[in-house]
Ligand binder design. Structure first.
Ligand code: 6PG
Length: 243
């Protein structure tokens, strides 16, 4: 795993740098494998990045979009990560509908929807049970509690090793989420983090030793590249590094 930590002066520069790295990873994936598989982060931080990607003229028919996690709500609900990405990006470009692979949330049974999405991924990547596909790019954020995707502190989702997709739990609210082993198969994981509220979590994530069950983002150690892109408000106490 190659790890890079970059601290950008402000949110605008954070988004600009994130865009540059995402575009380069998309181009490399298409050049090497004829397509790019990207899983999106939810929340608020990446929204301007998705708007910026939508303004580019890309090979949309070669780009397949997934989500690393989803709130267990209707796709039209204001909290939906799918809705955010469609409004900011996917509804604004000529990407084939079949290239968009949202996490299902309509079965009124999160475990059933998680299993359905796992099957969808297995069919897309043409893999069997026990195999883990390598996404080209997985975008992630962290919460103030150092959760990532919908892998929340001290929840059962953190221990799931034998599935691609599982049910997350945020204060009793169900989520659908990539598992740790699926994220860690990625060719490139990019954390995009902004705001002073993330500083305590980042301190624990980068501490020489801390409990990963308490700070789940510590579990993310992909086989490929790991990029930490931070604005100064979040990352001012960390050091730029390439390791
Ligand atoms: C979600 C996310 C989650 C998010 C962090 C940071 O569904 O909310 O996927 O993991 O990345 O909570 O959210 P902000 O970008 O809003 O701070």
């Amino acid at each position: 795993m190659k790890q890079v930590v970059e601290i950008l002066a402000n949110r605008a520069e954070l988004i600009e740098r994130s865009l540059s790295i995402v575009l380069s990873q998309i181009a490399a994936a298409i050049a090497e494998r004829g397509q790019c598989t990207i899983a999106l982060a939810g929340g608020s931080t990446p929204e301007p990045l998705y708007r910026a990607i939508a303004a580019r003229d890309l090979d949309w028919d070669k780009i397949h979009v997934f989500w690393g996690d989803e709130r267990y709500v209707d796709p039209e609900h204001p909290d939906s990560n799918q809705k955010m990405a469609r409004l900011a990006w996917l509804d604004r470009v000529n990407i084939p509908a079949s290239n968009i692979h949202p996490m299902p949330t309509g079965a009124a049974d999160p475990a059933a929807d998680a299993s359905t999405h796992q099957t969808e991924l297995q069919q897309f990547f043409q893999i069997s049970d026990g195999e883990f596909p390598a996404f080209d790019i997985i975008l992630l954020g962290i919460g103030d509690d150092a959760h990532t995707a919908s892998l929340f502190p001290h929840t059962a989702a953190l221990q799931v090793e034998d599935a691609l997709i599982t049910v997350g739990n945020k204060d009793g609210q169900p989520r659908i989420t990539f598992t740790v082993p699926l994220i860690n198969r990625a060719r490139c994981v990019i954390f995009i983090i902004a705001g002073a509220s993330k500083k305590p979590a980042l301190a624990q994530i980068f501490a020489p030793a801390a409990d990963a069950m308490t700070y789940p983002a510590r579990l993310i150690k992909p086989e490929g590249e790991l990029w930490w892109l931070l604005d100064a408000a979040a990352g001012e106490e960390l050091k730029q590094q390439t390791a």
